[in-house]
Write a protein that binds this ligand. Structure first.
Ligand code: FSX
Ligand code: SF4
Ligand code: F3S
Length: 315
C-alpha cells in the first residue's frame, strides 16, 4: 500500500477522533460479518485506506420511504462522504446530489452512457407495474421505463431494502399500483439486501466483497448474500435461552419484559426471518428491535407486509 495514501487516510481518521485501533476493530467486525477469516482483515483495511478502483454507481429511487438511504447515511465507517467520494464513484443519487431538474436527468443519461455494462446500479424502492407503470413517475417517465432502461445497462443490480428487493409496503394487498421488486418487475436477477431498512453493514460488506474479491458475494435462493442472511434471527438471538426454558413476555411493560424474556408470544417472527440483526445491530452496533424489547416483524422477508401479520400475534 502506498505509505503516503495510507498515512493521509489515518490522518483523516484522527481528525475525526477515530484511532487506528478503532478502525481495525471495525475492519475485524466487517470481515467477520462477511464470513471471511481473520487473515483478510488487513486486506479489508486496505480497501478503505487505499482503494484501487472506484466503481461507478447509479443509485435509483422508486416507491419507498428513503429509509434505506437514511440508514446508509448513518454508516459509521466508512463515513458516507468517504464511501461516496473515495471508495465508490457516485454518479447519480437524487437524495444527495447537488443537481436538480433537467441537469439531474442529464447526469443520469450521461453516466449510463459512459459506464454502460460496468456501473453498479443500486435500486431503492419498488416499481409500479400496473397500468403501464402509471402509479410512479420521475420527470415524466415511469419507474418501469427508467428501470428497464438503466438496470438492463448495468454490470450488476443491487437492490437495497425490502421494497426494491420484493415490493415492500406499497405492494401490500390489494396493491392497486402493481408494485413489485426489481427482479420480478423486469424478469432479471438482482442481488438483494432486504430489511426495512436494511443494515448499512450488509451493503458495505457487499461492496467490499466486490472490491476485494472482484465478484459479488454468494446468494441464497431469494438473492440475499449468505454472509448476512444465511441464518435466522432466532438462531442468533440472545433471548434464545428464555425461549428454550418457556420464559415468555406476555405483555409489554411486565416484569418478564423487563427481564428480557423471549418475545415469541408478543408476535416475534425471528424463527422465520433470515438476517444478521442480533450480530450486526443498528446505529453502529447500538441495538436492534428485539434488544429494544420489540418483536421482530420479519422486515427482510419477501411478503412480510402481508404474510407476517398480525405483527403482535404469535407465528
Ligand atoms: Fe423500503 Fe427504503 Fe423500508 Fe423505507 O427506501 S425497505 S420503505 S425503510 O427506505 O425502500
Ligand atoms: Fe426467537 Fe424472537 Fe424469542 Fe429471540 S425473541 S428467541 S428471535 S422468538
Ligand atoms: Fe427487521 Fe426483524 Fe431485524 S424486524 S430489523 S429483521 S430484527
Amino acid at each position: 500500500m502506498d505509505q503516503q495514501v495510507k498515512q493521509a487516510f489515518y490522518d483523516r481518521l484522527a481528525a475525526r477522533t477515530i484511532s487506528r485501533r478503532d478502525f481495525m476493530r471495525y475492519c475485524g467486525m466487517l470481515t467477520a460479518t462477511m464470513g471471511l477469516s481473520a487473515s483478510f482483515v488487513p486486506k479489508v483495511a486496505e480497501v478503505f485506506a487505499a482503494p484501487k478502483q472506484r466503481p461507478p454507481i447509479v443509485w435509483l429511487h422508486f416507491a419507498e420511504c428513503t429509509g434505506c438511504s437514511e440508514a446508509v447515511l448513518r454508516s459509521q465507517y466508512p463515513w458516507i462522504d468517504e464511501l461516496l467520494m473515495e471508495i465508490l464513484s457516485m454518479e447519480y443519487h437524487e437524495t444527495i446530489m447537488a443537481a436538480a431538474g433537467h441537469q439531474a436527468e442529464d447526469n443520469l443519461q450521461a453516466a449510463v452512457k459512459k459506464y454502460e455494462g460496468q456501473f453498479l446500479c443500486v435500486v431503492e424502492g419498488a416499481v409500479a407495474t400496473a397500468h403501464d407503470g402509471a402509479y410512479g413517475k420521475i420527470a415524466g417517465r415511469t419507474f418501469l421505463d427508467i428501470a428497464n432502461d438503466v438496470c438492463r445497462k448495468a454490470g450488476a443490480v443491487i437492490c437495497i431494502g425490502t421494497c426494491s428487493s420484493y415490493g415492500g409496503i406499497q405492494a401490500a394487498s390489494p396493491n392497486p399500483g402493481g408494485y413489485k421488486g426489481v427482479a420480478d418487475a423486469l424478469g432479471i436477477k438482482t442481488l438483494n439486501i432486504p430489511g426495512c431498512p436494511p443494515n448499512p453493514v450488509n451493503f458495505v460488506g457487499t461492496v467490499v466483497n466486490y472490491l476485494l474479491l472482484g465478484r459479488l458475494p454468494d446468494l441464497d435462493d431469494k438473492g440475499r448474500p449468505l454472509f448476512a442472511y444465511g441464518r435466522t434471527i432466532h438462531e442468533q438471538c440472545p433471548r434464545r435461552s428464555h425461549y428454550e426454558n418457556d420464559e415468555y413476555v406476555e405483555s409489554f411493560g411486565s416484569p418478564e419484559a423487563k427481564m428480557g424474556y423471549c418475545l415469541y408470544k408478543m408476535g416475534c417472527k425471528g424463527p422465520e426471518t433470515y438476517n444478521n440483526c442480533p450480530i450486526a445491530k443498528y446505529n453502529s452496533g447500538t441495538s436492534w428491535p428485539v434488544e429494544a424489547g420489540h418483536p421482530c416483524i420479519g422486515c427482510s422477508e419477501p411478503g412480510f407486509w402481508d404474510e407476517m401479520g398480525p405483527f403482535f400475534e404469535p407465528l
